[in-house]
Ligand binder design. Structure first.
Ligand SMILES: [Zn+2]
Length: 344
């Protein structure tokens, strides 16, 4: 299903332009038509930067998930708007976001909004690059919900969200979407203390309606909210169990971890395609095309070219746009260098 070896791709998110972040802080001052104009302009900017970089696969940069009302939780019935975060000051971390209380049965009467995102992207993107949609998996989505009498633990919340995500995947495929990432970073962050086979079972039941009907991938990272990781940054606890995830491509974060456990891409490539994170989204060191080429050559020592794609470690939402632009451009230039030298 992959149209060229050493494909260059991205993980869903792209930095918000400064003006968009300003607008998000003043959203109530905008009318409904203004808000859709904002969303559309933001996607145009994200598409522009990714196309200018020369990527083989692009996304909408998740530019329209502006606030609670326009993100997944805003589409869920049975929730009460987020409680005050446990910590409001001090160094940035994930505990500066509040969790949502569940007050009724969880449902998504209008879906999760990803089909609209996908249609907007399709309308605004030029011919050429493949278009990818991203949907969070139910285990990751459950992480910001509070347990209670109705859903006593995180697995109960996950099971309640699972059919909602399944329905979104089914609708995306029906809308003509040919490439979908199901993001479950919470699974990679917590595999060390949970049963990885249980995660795989949840994952496979989630993606069942889309598996085999589009190019399906997942992104296994260790957390990047405010540029901070939350899990022990080791892949060993996930494998070999995660090789049973029913996907075409598994993405792993390697650059920020200085390519520790790079050998893991060998066994992954025997079962699936592997997308390797070779751009560090947490560092303001801008990888040069030669750095990128060297990293690609390292990967080629562990996995064959026709099974490999290259990407940043994670979405770029926590990286300044000027740096994101340079990093993507150099990612493409470095991969191209290796394609040429190896006659691909
Ligand atoms: Zn990530």
């Amino acid at each position: 299903m992959k149209e060229r070896p050493l494909r260059t791709t991205v993980i869903g998110s792209y930095p918000f332009p400064g003006w968009l972040e300003f607008a998000v802080q003043h959203l109530s001052q905008f009318g409904e038509a203004d808000r859709s104009e904002l969303q559309e302009d933001a996607v145009i900017a994200a598409v522009h930067d990714q196309v200018a970089a020369g990527l083989d696969v692009i996304t909408d940069g998740e530019q329209t998930r502006l606030d609670f009302n326009l993100s997944f939780y805003g589409f869920l019935a049975g929730l009460e708007l987020e409680a005050a975060p446990p910590r409001r000051f001090g160094p940035p971390a994930h505990d500066q976001r509040g969790k949502h209380a569940v007050i009724g049965e969880l449902s998504a009467p209008r879906g999760l909004g990803v089909v609209d995102e996908w249609q907007r992207l399709k309308r605004l993107a030029p011919e050429g690059p493949a278009l990818k949609a991203s949907v969070p998996g139910p285990y990751t989505l459950s992480g910001r919900l509070l347990t209670g009498a109705r859903y006593p633990d995180r697995y109960a919340l996950t099971e309640a969200l699972l059919p909602i995500v399944r329905a979104e995947l089914e609708a995306l495929v029906a809308a003509g979407c040919r490439e979908i990432t199901v993001d479950e970073p919470s699974m990679s962050c917590y595999a060390h203390r949970e049963d990885p086979a249980r995660f795989v079972d949840i994952f496979n039941r989630t993606v069942e309606p889309a598996a085999g009907r589009c190019r399906l991938s997942t992104h296994l990272c260790f957390g990047n909210y405010k540029g901070r990781a939350v899990g022990p940054r080791r892949y060993a606890p996930m494998f070999p169990a995660f090789l049973d995830m029913n996907v075409d491509e598994i993405h792993v974060e390697m650059a920020s971890r200085e390519f520790a456990e790079i050998e893991i891409i060998g066994p992954i490539a025997e079962r699936r395609e592997v997308a390797v994170g070779i751009i560090d989204v947490k560092s303001y060191y801008i990888e040069t095309p030669e750095d990128v080429a060297e990293r690609v050559r390292l990967c080629l020592r562990h996995a064959p070219a026709d099974r490999l794609s290259f990407a940043p470690d994670c979405g770029l939402s926590q990286t300044a746009r000027w740096a994101a632009k340079m990093k993507l451009k150099n990612l493409v230039a470095g991969v191209q260098k290796v394609r040429e030298e190896s006659g691909l």
